[in-house]
Design a binder for this molecule. Sequence first.
Ligand SMILES: Cc1cc2nc3c(=O)[nH]c(=O)nc-3n(C[C@H](O)[C@H](O)[C@H](O)COP(=O)(O)OP(=O)(O)OC[C@H]3O[C@@H](n4cnc5c(N)ncnc54)[C@H](O)[C@@H]3O)c2cc1C
Length: 261
Amino acid sequence: MKIREYLKPTTLEEAYNALKDKNATVIGGGAYLRLGAKEVDTMLDLSNLGLDLIEDKEDRIEIGAMVTLRQIEQSEVLQKNFSGAVSKAIGAIMGVQIRNIATVGGSVAGRYAFSDVITPLLALDTYVELHNGGKTSLKDFLGIKGKINDVVVKIVIMKDNRKASFQSVRNTSTDFAILNAAVSNVGGDLKISVGARPGVAQLAEKAMEFLKSSELNEETAVKAGKIAAEELKFGNDIRGSLEYRTELCKALVKRAIMEVI
Ligand SMILES: Cc1cc2nc3c(=O)[nH]c(=O)nc-3n(C[C@H](O)[C@H](O)[C@H](O)COP(=O)(O)OP(=O)(O)OC[C@H]3O[C@@H](n4cnc5c(N)ncnc54)[C@H](O)[C@@H]3O)c2cc1C
């Protein structure tokens, strides 16, 4: 990769101005960026901004954009909260070498369709803090079309005692998931997220609505899996067919619901 100018700002304001004025490219771990970008005019490295901390606050967990996937995997606070589902999901991505490099900021900003990071976060009460745009729900953030033109500063997960479960199917341990799903439960209120459809993770709103007015048991878990499979869109790619993904959705959503109830 050819980089003409490499900036390492010491304030977020400086970083944002470079993004705006120079149309700079933000680099997280660079693991994914390097696969695509061959030439970059201005690269913006955020590693001098102290964004590499996971902070356990009273009502929330704040994860700085430069926190690596490996830090999340090994974080005691993330292993303790949400049934450890976020740590477990992320701990299964590729190998330790990649997880030591890839950041949560890059993983969320990239809005990758195959993401095993976004799916479990979307099933929780998660927010993305942007330097200019402020705090926005992860769901709304995923809806932004095109380049975000902002700096992802941190990811905030509200600590509301949710139980959570993450499920995925992949052909080999280092491949992208064919489908993944996450479900969380707080006091009978369930959130269902399905990713790698192969589109980016999305909430199964109709299935969630159905469970709100249902008794939570195996029968309704099966029904919710079917509703999720009907309401979400699936596609074909080299890893799996639309039909296979539709069937996986039913099974993974049901399994995750059974775990959290
Ligand atoms: C070989 C390989 C296999 C992988 N397999 C999987 C997998 O199975 N499952 C999975 O979930 N993930 C997988 N990933 C993706 C990985 O988990 C990360 O999501 C990815 O590498 C992005 O993180 P990064 O820190 O490397 O970001 P970068 O590559 O540095 O950046 C990614 C994008 O985000 C932008 N960006 C980065 N940080 C910020 C920020 N703070 N603010 C605004 N924009 C920002 C960059 O400009 C770029 O557009 C894989 C990656 C690789 C390289």
